[in-house]
Design a protein around this ligand. Sequence first.
Ligand code: ATP
Length: 352
Amino acid sequence: MSRIQIQAATKRFGAVTAVDEVTLDVGDGEFLVLLGPSGCGKSTLLRAIAGLAPLSAGRILLGGRDITHTPPRDRDLAMVFQSYALYPHLTVERNIGFPLRARRRPRTEIRRRVTEVAQALDLDGLLDRRPKELSGGQRQRVALGRALVRDPGAFLMDEPLSNLDAKLRTATRSELTGLHRRLGSTFVYVTHDQVEAMTMATRVALLNQGKLDQVGTPTEVYDEPASVFVAGFLGAPPMNLLPATVAGRDGALHVVGEDFGLPLGIFADLPSTEVVLGVRPEHLTRGPGLRAVVRLVENLGSEEVAHCTVGEARVCVRGPRPLGLAAGDTVELTAAPERLHLFDRESGRRLR
Ligand code: ATP
């Protein structure tokens, strides 16, 4: 059992609260991705799970056992770092076998495990090489191999793909997903790359300034962001966010002073009238609603993105090429009511 329970975990560095009362339950066999912008505390939370950044408050349980004060090497966890942290003077074979030698396992066992792991990761032809004689992708696999060799209960990974070029990163993403499926182990994976999160995670945990903002499947966090922060973080370009007012008892929606031209009544009974309207660029279409001026159209190959302004606000439209929009056009944009997201302007939390 490798369930990881994080209970009100807080980590302070002097005046900085890097992780702020995070409570999160990572199920046995999950691929949980910690996602958020630079400095949001995701590495610190991962290091706390590993025991490399002792908590200021709160608890961490692994398989039901409290490991809050257990030294890193006695936790049944393996960490893979962004830098790979390979030993430059050791061969691939000795790098992979290192954790077992450090634990004084018998030589025959070490040889057997290293062979198994090298085969699984397609490294068997490279066992005599040193790290400097390997490509970035191969080094990354050696780092994984060193984590795998102990057969740990859970893997902790800190941006392990960030040193790879775009093509290799895509290939390694599917390798990692496959590895996770074969091993059935628990993965906790840190990244600021939403594509990695969306493609690999069973669940995504979004961190904002040390606080957990939302946890859910990739589909849930994309389709029903719990806050303005999540809405504005996910998507490329991210969700359009516009200050809006819900006016009158019938709930007409006014955006930047204009009526959004939606059936009246659908926004009645909201707890607040000052809201933020969210709509994804791929859900905006031509139609009576917001008057927008097209400023720039980008060709992405199969799709186009039109950057527009609505009053002072910026709005993006994304869709298959050709979008039929050109710089300088004045157009009207609308969206199906079920595609609209509303957030409380004060708290940033989702209203509907
Ligand atoms: P990145 O993606 O840039 O690595 P992150 O989300 O992983 O960012 P952390 O590295 O966890 O963020 O840092 C969270 C906050 O804690 C930041 O404000 C950072 O400056 C601070 N911090 C992290 N480590 C230390 C430390 N050892 N001493 C002081 N402050 C630290």
